[in-house]
Design a protein around this ligand. Structure first.
Ligand code: CDP
Ligand code: CDP
Length: 231
């Protein structure tokens, strides 16, 4: 069967990575979580005193960029790949609220984006890739055969993320999760380099009223139709 490139973009906690993973498994494609890469750079910045509540040493970040090596590795072929930062598995460490609080300013830095976008383009050089993020359909793969733009109300998204963090044992307040999602959406949509915007040729899926099954079947159908040339 013909293989295509699938770009999934949208706001935080709209279900992008969940649906992207399911789609990749179902089609036998490679899944790439581009957000994990920005989160790993943020973890590096936090661990190396580049960013904190009180300061952001952008010059130090730029000097450190050549030292940051990111890689996706699978423990076994059936599992989703984990992200490694300079040889260390940081899959769990990058998903905390603390990293979420600093990731958008880091992701707004032009040189960070240049580095990560180059790596993402290489990972998607062969067809048969599903990548999710904020600029996949606009910047990373502007020629992707299928572009999906996911959306849902901010309260609904915050509720989902709150439950996710809570089930992982992280004690967070719902209001803090909502504030973080809204703050990130603001920075991500207003930054000068590659702001989050729906690509002109993207299909919007609002899943405020959809469960995981509904959203998966909606997106899978779109992918099958695009592969078969029906849409
Ligand atoms: O899963 P969640 O929506 O919380 O975020 P993520 O996909 O892990 O992305 C974390 C942050 O990385 C976003 O809020 C953006 O600031 C940044 N990001 C980006 O700028 N470009 C991408 N392609 C992916 C993520
Ligand atoms: O990747 P992104 O930040 O867009 O979202 P996600 O990590 O796939 O989803 C965030 C949380 O919302 C996860 O716990 C999903 O299981 C949940 N979710 C849901 O319950 N219903 C949906 N329709 C979409 C996501």
């Amino acid at each position: 069967m013909k293989k295509i490139t699938i770009a999934i973009d949208g706001y935080s906690s709209t279900g992008k990575s969940t649906v992207a993973k399911q789609l990749a498994d179902s089609l036998g494609y490679v899944y790439v979580d581009s957000g994990a890469m920005y989160r790993a750079v943020t973890l590096f910045a936090l661990e190396n005193n580049i960013i904190s509540e009180n300061y952001f040493d952008e010059e130090k970040l730029l000097k450190s960029l050549p030292e940051i090596h990111l890689e996706f590795r699978k423990k076994n072929p059936l599992e989703r790949a984990d992200i490694y930062l300079n040889g260390k598995n940081v899959e769990k460490d990058i998903r905390t609220m603390h990293v979420s609080e600093f990731v958008s300013p880091i992701a707004a830095v032009h040189e960070v984006r240049v580095k990560l976008v180059a790596q993402q383009k290489m990972m998607g050089a062969a067809k048969g890739v599903v990548m999710d993020g904020r600029d996949i359909g606009t910047v990373v793969f502007p020629d992707a055969e299928l572009k999906i733009f996911m959306n849902a109300s901010s309260r609904q998204r915050a509720q989902r993320r709150f439950l996710e963090l809570y089930s992982r044992g992280e004690e967070v307040q719902f209001d803090d999760v909502l504030k973080n999602i809204e703050a990130r959406d603001h920075i991500d949509t207003t930054r000068s380099d590659s702001p989050l915007v729906k690509a002109q040729d993207a299909i919007e899926v609002d899943n405020s009223e959809m469960n995981l099954d509904d959203q998966f079947h909606t997106v899978l159908q779109l992918a099958k139709d695009r592969i078969a040339g029906r849409i």
